[in-house]
Design a protein around this ligand. Structure first.
Ligand code: GLA
Length: 382
């Protein structure tokens, strides 16, 4: 793929680019916890967006989205949100460098790859982090990686209109081969955990439903969590996020909540706890127990956080009935995208067969299935 992107660049812009790679991400457990200052357990994977990029000595940024075969250019002095979604991921990143008083000179860029769009693998974070990393590199801006993560997250907030947490961009940038990252989204302290694949595999199944509802419902969930924090702060001014809320406190004040907000908070508080237990299970190589927490997470996302959809639920139901599947749940923002399944290696073929037999996408096709390989995060290739 990287060769295709490089060749496309040569053909289009006729200069020699630098090449970068920026992967998609999975998340094992800890969903919708990042913007509540909680914990997440993501990893970067072997599906990536590749960037070919070079300064152009013009007052222009010129982009070619290879997979869509779409071109966009703008004057460097005219950075502002655009109508085209993919353009916003890029301009949003440039805008952050500008805010930090960096003059970003004109450049040309071709990008494309194999992270499926709208499948919950964070293609947008891959694009944002890839461009942030590339600009930082080719213009020697020397921002630390954590700053680039924050630029990418802000691009999403300010240009794409999604008030996302930090998980996706962090995982894409800090991912490490064969490791999952336990990230504390409050302190941003993190720890790598080896994910042993000798006997188990992580398999993604794509519902074929693009999560179009995701951004408006996502922002709504975030507001509901904030409203709950405001309510509980009356009882303890130290509470600044749902991270600070215990189940005991929440239950004690249940009657003061509207039932929907209560359900949302109950899920988040429990999911944080589940993640801690799940990490202990992983440290003890107890994949059976880990899988149980994945099912628990899905149940909460479906019933209490209400971000699942019938296709995701259906895939989890099929997985649960299939031999060798230890855990399954929806992954990412929800309303479509993929399920993540923990499957015994010796039963993966059977699992794939049974999914293909029992599930068809809304377009009536066999679902796409991906066996996950955990690889390094955003990096320079050459
Ligand atoms: C999206 C957001 C993340 C995170 C997940 C849900 O992927 O970008 O910040 O909130 O949803 O866990």
């Amino acid at each position: 793929m990287k060769e295709i992107i490089r060749k496309s660049f040569l053909k289009k812009f006729k200069s020699t680019p630098k090449l970068f790679k920026s992967p998609g991400r999975i998340n094992l457990i800890g969903e919708h916890t990042d913007y509540n200052d909680g914990f997440v357990l993501p990893a970067s994977i072997d599906k990536a967006i590749y960037f070919a990029i070079a300064p152009n000595n013009l007052d222009k940024f010129r982009f070619f989205a290879f997979d869509l075969s779409e071109y966009f250019e703008t004057e460097i002095s005219e950075i502002q949100p655009a109508k085209v979604e993919w353009v916003n991921f890029l301009l949003g990143v440039i805008a952050q460098f500008v805010k930090e008083n960096k003059q970003v000179p004109g450049f040309d860029c071709v990008f494309g790859g194999d992270v499926p769009l709208g499948a919950g693998m964070s293609s947008s974070a891959a694009i944002e982090c890839g461009l942030a990393f590339a600009i930082n590199n080719i213009f020697d801006f020397n921002f630390p990686k954590l700053d680039l993560v924050k630029f990418s997250q802000k691009a999403e907030h300010e240009y794409a209109g999604v008030q996302c947490g930090i998980m996706d961009q962090f995982a894409v940038m800090f991912g490490k081969q064969s490791q999952v990252i336990k990230l504390d989204c409050r302190s941003l302290e993190y720890e790598y955990f080896p994910f042993k694949m000798e006997n188990h595999l992580l398999v993604l199944v794509n519902t074929g439903v693009k999560h179009s509802l995701a951004s408006s419902e996502y922002n709504k969930r975030r507001e509901q969590c904030e409203a709950a924090v405001n309510l509980l702060r009356k009882y303890d001014p130290k509470i600044t996020s749902l991270r600070d809320v215990t189940l005991h406190l929440l239950e004690k004040h249940e009657s003061e909540f509207d039932p929907v907000t209560y359900k949302r908070c109950n899920y988040v508080v429990k999911e944080n706890r589940r993640l801690q237990y799940a990490c202990e299970a992983l440290a003890n190589d107890d994949f059976n127990l880990f899988g149980q927490y994945m099912y628990g997470s899905h149940k909460g996302l479906k019933k209490k956080y209400e971000v699942s959809c019938k296709e995701l639920d259906n895939l989890v139901k099929i997985a649960k009935k299939t031999k060798g599947v230890l855990g399954a749940r929806m992954m990412g923002g929800g309303f479509g995208g993929c399920t993540i399944n923990l499957v015994e290696r010796k039963h993966v073929d059977l699992f794939e067969k049974s999914i293909k037999k029992s599930y068809k996408t809304p377009a009536g096709e066999e679902p796409e299935i991906y066996r996950v390989v955990i690889e390094d995060g955003t990096s320079l290739i050459v």
